[in-house]
Design a protein around this ligand. Structure first.
Ligand code: NAD
Length: 450
């Protein structure tokens, strides 16, 4: 059965791909299994050289990859360029990490105990549609660095950059069978990978709902899983913050990638004493977000990924919002930047909207800010805006989330661990921490007696 890939900005088909089924998924796992012994035996220096070559090829083909990503997801080309730049950085980083992920020697009686980091075998990588190449690289880099072989399953809506990345891995000289890209439905190919006895681990990024399916399915074979799931993060603005700076940044914390971002700070918590003033500043800043053709360099927000997703996003906005932006006429799955005044109990503040809709919520004091920020089933990221350094650290430490920033919006850096608390999942991607998720610790004791 073929799959038609659509450009969300034009609603026009841009590619037609063959969709894999269970049989093709099994073939891919068999290829990865066959390639594993030789790949695991490649010397660290050679494995690093191959990963570095992938990084260089991504850089050399960066504009093509950015255009693929922009046209497939509807994301602004400037953002897509940044994401592809990060893909290259990720491969450079894990190339450098290959020969630095060692074990330890442990003092014990009667001999020497040493630990080794062993690869897992075949790893299934299941990724979502919002940052397709980027999130694929967060898994490919550490998985390959540790000596695993992989089967990568991109989301049905956005398979194009994953297919191209697979080609570049081959072009870089990574042996056939080490990286396998299988385009197919989550409920078919994804499900098969979860249950396959020859897959040692599933590294999953996607919704909390499918994360539960992954955990349940993995139980049958005691598969390792890491889960990067949804979020409902807070942007906490205290009265002592630089309000102009916080308001200028806040729109990009939620409308970036049209809000289709697990780290979106979609709850804007504002201290009541500055609430009215901040809301005015926020409305002004949001009015300035450039919405339009994703291939235009000046565009800051494109359309949503699909018509069905737009319907879901629209269902969160009831009544007259505090602000609704403009959208282009004509085709495309557009949805305007929207600010809604809410309480933390409203649906718009409890569920992940995954669209350009921010809930603005007042709080009284520091304790109230922490309480509201943590009053969510999720725990992925968040921001704290204050000029008081001690308060920034207190609130960051008290927030149940994996990735926080102070007086900034960013969550993702190649060098630092990324992942969630609570129902945002477990396991860490990026940084050296990610290597833990793609290796087993082995302890070996060598007797020195007699
Ligand atoms: P999704 O859960 O619908 O799909 C993610 C992937 O899982 C896709 O490849 C899909 O085909 C596959 N899948 C679906 N059903 C499956 C099944 N039964 N078995 C196996 N695989 C299956 O998520 P999405 O709509 O593509 O992406 C949006 C979600 O991803 C949001 O909730 C967002 O917060 C989350 N996300 C999280 C992070 C993070 O790092 N925490 C990053 C990006 C996106």
């Amino acid at each position: 059965m073929s799959l038609t890939v659509v450009n969300p900005a034009t609603e026009e088909p841009i590619a037609e791909l063959e969709q894999a089924g269970v049989e093709e998924a099994d073939d891919a796992v068999a290829r990865a299994k066959a390639a594993y012994p030789a790949w695991r035996a490649v010397s660290p220096a050679d494995r690093a050289r191959l990963l570095r070559r992938v990084a260089t090829l991504v850089e050399e083909n960066g504009e093509e990859l950015a255009r693929i990503e922009s046209q497939n997801v509807g994301k602004p080309i400037s953002g897509a360029r940044g994401e592809i730049g990060m893909v290259a950085q990720v491969f450079h980083f894990y190339a450098g990490a290959v020969d630095k992920h060692g074990g330890e020697t442990i003092p014990v009686a009667g001999g020497v105990a040493a630990t080794f980091r062993e690869p897992l075998g075949v790893v299934g990588l299941i990724v979502p549609w919002n940052f397709p190449a980027n999130i694929a690289s967060w898994k490919l880099g550490p998985a390959l660095a540790c000596g695993n072989t992989v089967v990568l399953k991109p989301a049905e809506l956005t398979p194009l950059s994953a297919v191209r990345l697979g080609e570049l891995c081959l072009e870089a000289g990574i042996p056939e069978g080490v990286v396998n890209v299988v385009v197919g439905k989550g409920s078919v190919v994804g499900q098969r990978l979860i249950e396959h006895p020859d897959v040692a681990k599933i590294a999953f990024t996607g919704s909390t709902e499918v994360g539960r399916i992954v955990m349940q399915g993995a139980a049958g074979t005691i598969k390792r899983v890491t889960l990067e799931l949804g979020g409902k993060s807070a942007n906490v603005v205290f009265e002592d913050a630089d309000l102009e700076k916080a308001a200028a940044a806040a729109p990009y914390a939620v409308f970036d990638n049209a809000g289709q971002d697990c780290c979106a700070r979609s709850r804007v918590l504002v201290q009541r004493s500055v609430y009215d003033r901040f809301l005015d500043l926020l409305v002004d800043a949001t009015r300035g977000v450039q919405v339009g053709d994703p291939l235009d360099d000046a565009t800051e927000m494109g359309p949503l990924v699909s018509a069905a997703h737009r319907e879901t996003v629209a269902s969160f906005v009831e009544g007259e919002p505090a602000f609704r932006g403009d959208i282009p006429d004509g085709p495309g799955y557009w949805y305007p930047c929207t600010l809604v005044e809410a309480t933390n109990d409203d649906r718009v503040a409890r569920e992940e909207v995954f669209g350009p809709v921010a809930a603005v919520i007042p709080f009284e004091d520091e304790a109230d800010a922490i309480r509201l920020s943590n009053d969510t089933p999720y725990g992925l990221s968040g921001s704290i805006w204050t000029r008081n350094g001690a308060r920034a650290l207190r609130v960051a430490r008290a927030t149940d989330a994996g990735v926080l920033s102070v007086n900034a919006n960013t969550s993702v850096r190649v060098q630092t661990p990324f992942g969630g608390f609570k129902q945002s999942g477990f396991g860490r991607e990026l940084g050296l921490h990610a290597l833990e998720g793609y290796s087993e610790v082995k302890s070996v004791f060598i007797s020195t007696e007699g």
